[in-house]
Design a protein around this ligand. Structure first.
Ligand code: DGL
Length: 284
């Protein structure tokens, strides 16, 4: 089949949506929180499932994939896009905002997850010893570290890439002893450093939060990325009334995936915690 035939016809509905983008299912954990805090808006969720995971990919690939996703969502009449994926936020957001957006969509907004999470972490950290866990790409980018250091210069920051956790969560291995063992192996070096706050810098880690709390102990504050981002999004919309007024509020949600619709429905429901309808397949 010709590639163009499989593309969705872009229909300008006149409605202004909030776009939510992730490499796949993980962003649904964040989207779940948006729906709790900001339930009235119209949303378009895009998961690039066919090309996920992004976490082990190169800078150039992550940037190009993210750019294509942003382009698609703006063509679906999104006024504001949240990159719910930590890897894409860490690796591509800055360049998207500073180059791509300025050139192509200068009147629109794209926000990421790093800054709101970092602000929350600084607020909660008592002794300024912070840990960050994420995909290889996120940790290698130093994006969280750099943003933290912009806010305070006296921090002690320790990072740990946890590349095995995303596939384990997607396999549904959350409660398996093997997963707990791997998690412990990743977290122990941070525990030894006696961090007081831990940033969960990946969409999937919320599924492991109980074990993370157990391993790190009650003295370590765990930053829930979904809650931090959803709360900051609400504050952002409250502050940016001109943008907020353009957003439609019919509680309409459309999902797009670049992979199989049935698979998206099955696994996506686990991530979103409720039934998913209105899923469309696209090629980016
Ligand atoms: N969504 C990604 C993140 O938050 C995890 C999955 C992936 O590697 O694509 O970093």
């Amino acid at each position: 089949m010709d590639r163009s035939e499989t593309r969705v016809k872009y229909t300008a509905s006149g409605l202004k949506n909030i776009g939510v983008f992730d490499s796949g299912f993980g962003g649904l954990t964040m989207f779940k929180e948006f729906l709790k805090v900001l339930p009235d808006y119209d949303y378009i969720y895009l998961g690039d499932n066919a090309r996920a995971p992004y976490g082990n990919k190169s800078d150039e690939v992550i940037y190009n994939y993210t750019k294509q996703a942003i382009d698609f969502l703006f063509k679906q009449d999104c006024e504001l896009i949240i990159i719910a994926c930590h890897t894409a936020s860490a690796k591509a957001l800055r360049k998207i905002q500073q180059e791509y957006l300025l050139k192509n969509y200068s009147d629109k907004k794209v926000l990421g997850v790093v800054v709101p999470i970092v602000e929350e972490a600084i607020k909660l950290s008592r002794y300024h010893k912070l840990g960050i866990i994420g995909t290889k790409a996120t940790i290698n980018s130093d994006a969280y570290k750099k943003e933290l250091e912009k806010l305070r210069s006296d921090l002690k920051i320790f990072q740990q890439a946890c590349p095995l956790l995303v596939p384990l969560v997607e396999e549904g291995w959350v409660k398996k002893p093997e997963t707990k063992m791997i998690l412990k192996k990743y977290l122990l070096p941070l525990k030894v450093k006696q961090i007081d706050t831990l940033i969960l810098g990946c969409t999937h880690y919320l599924f492991l939060i109980k074990d993370i709390i157990r391993i790190m102990g009650k003295n370590v504050k765990i930053i829930n990325p979904a809650i931090a981002v959803a709360e900051k999004l609400a504050i952002y919309l409250d502050k940016h009334k001109d943008l907020e007024k353009k957003l439609s509020k019919n509680k309409k949600i459309i999902f797009y995936t670049t992979d199989d619709v049935i698979k998206f429905k099955e696994l996506g429901q686990r991530f979103l915690g409720k039934s998913i309808e209105n899923i469309n397949k696209i090629i980016l």
